[in-house]
Design a protein. Structure first.
Length: 73
């Protein structure tokens, strides 16, 4: 397991400590959870961009038009 030192403004550090305390976890566990969430979001965006690059623009726009019409009825 790696060790990482992060420099944060004091106020942000205090807010993270309060958040960890409220969740009944350590700051270390909180940072692990936050980093896992950030990585998951990055991976989802990457997958979406890859799929979008392979997609058919006309078909995608037709689907969006169909969705628009279903909400306006």
């Amino acid at each position: 397991m790696a060790t990482l030192t992060v420099r944060l403004p004091d106020d942000k550090h205090m807010r993270l400590k309060a958040l960890a305390k409220r969740k009944h976890i350590s700051i270390n566990k909180l940072m692990e959870e936050l980093s896992t969430q950030a990585i998951a979001e990055f991976d989802a965006e990457t997958r979406f961009r890859v799929m979008a690059a392979k997609g058919d623009v006309a078909k995608g726009l037709a689907i969006l038009d169909k969705l628009d019409s279903s909400f306006s009825s």
